[in-house]
Design a protein around this ligand. Structure first.
Ligand code: SF4
Length: 357
């Protein structure tokens, strides 16, 4: 009897979704609790919506992690300032440039330049790098460099940077403040608003399974992603790192992560959703499962090998990095009936009217 009720409940949620193209907080919470047949129905629905709005194409975004130095001390992150056991590195600008050009020659249409918050790289240096990369390669450039000043964001945008990734990690203000000492959620949301104002395509995202996070909090995360109207949303599981205060906490649940991804696809049909490296780190088929649950982006790590293993945000990353080449992904995606997108993957969505904070 219970099974019939559950079936009816889920089918009513999907019917409401098809009519309104939206979901209430209550519907999201119910979907996040899906199990068994309902779970498969949710993944299938998200896959259908991804196919309907974005087709079979998958955007490959080559990521170059050029510095693992960080002035911040986030409790969940292996790059945190207080981790004295990590070998730190900084790639010289010319080396970053060469890695970007190499990735572009392989066929990648987006280069993501990512680092910890490292004041060593002045905004002028990054701006110059962006200008050089764009002058000699047919790529979009995404930056993921954390909290910077308006002036810095502006310089890099004027140099041609197309997108900026800045995750809010959790929509719960208290949890945010506890996990990211010295910062607060309001400040992060203002930064996201500023990036939008400066003309960046903005990506954000959240972590699933943070210690102290409730299911209601995950529901709120998804609603915040919709409110922000992000062009891209990275949703990855928490993975405890031995050299952090959260070393003894349990990791995030793979299936809760996939459910959050699927629900986000329903609510944000045009947003680019990556099958994250973190999801690949918690399960050997994590990326494939994500690509079948609404994801349409993969971000292969093109950081040169001497540095790659030191970008140790969470354990298990290196396991995911055999075969990051363009051709390897082409084969893998073809096996799944998918193909590599030929364009830059500029976002097709617009911010909702309540974007400003
Ligand atoms: S999450 Fe980002 S800002 Fe926080 S310590 Fe890690 S790299 Fe630094």
């Amino acid at each position: 009897m219970e099974v019939i009720n559950l079936e009816e409940r889920f089918s009513a949620i999907f019917d409401r979704y098809e009519k309104a193209h939206s979901l209430s907080g209550e519907d999201i919470a119910a979907l996040l609790r899906a199990e068994g047949e309902q779970l498969q129905a949710l993944f299938q629905k998200a896959d259908e919506v991804r196919e309907r709005y974005l087709g079979k194409e998958v955007h490959l975004r080559a990521i170059i992690e050029f510095s693992n130095n960080c002035i911040k001390n986030c409790l969940y992150c292996g790059l945190r300032r207080d981790n004295r056991k990590l070998t730190r590195y900084r790639m010289p600008a010319d080396e970053i440039f060469s890695a970007a050009v190499k990735a572009s020659r392989e066929g990648f249409k987006t280069i993501v330049l990512q680092a910890g918050e490292d004041p060593h790289y002045k905004p002028e240096v990054i701006a110059d790098l962006v200008r050089r990369i764009k002058a000699c390669s047919d790529v979009a450039v995404t930056l993921s460099l954390g909290d910077l000043t308006k002036d810095a964001y502006q310089k890099m945008r004027l140099a041609g940077a197309d997108r900026y990734l800045l995750k809010f990690e959790t929509s719960e203000p208290f949890l945010f403040g506890r996990l990211r000492p010295g910062t607060n959620l309001t400040g992060r949301l203002k930064q996201l608003s500023l990036l939008k104002e400066l003309g960046y395509q903005v990506g954000s995202g959240n972590i699933i399974g943070l210690p102290g996070q409730s299911l209601d909090s995950v529901t709120e995360d998804i609603l915040l992603l919709r409110k922000l109207g992000v062009e891209m949303a990275g949703i990855g599981p928490f993975i405890p790192h031995l050299q952090t205060p959260l070393r003894n906490s349990l990791p995030g649940d793979l299936y809760l992560n996939l459910k959050a991804l699927a629900v986000t696809r329903l609510l944000l049909p045009l947003t680019h959703l990556p099958a994250t490296t973190a999801i690949a780190a918690v399960h050997a088929s994590g990326r494939r499962l994500a690509l079948k649950s609404g994801a349409n982006v993969v971000m292969p790590d093109l950081t040169p090998l001497p540095y790659r293993s030191y970008y140790d945000i969470y354990p298990g990353r290196t396991r995911t990095q055999s075969g990051n080449s363009y051709l390897r992904w082409k084969e893998e995606l073809e096996q799944m009936g998918r193909s590599i997108a030929g364009g830059y993957g500029y976002g097709a969505i617009h911010a909702s009217p309540d974007w400003q904070f």
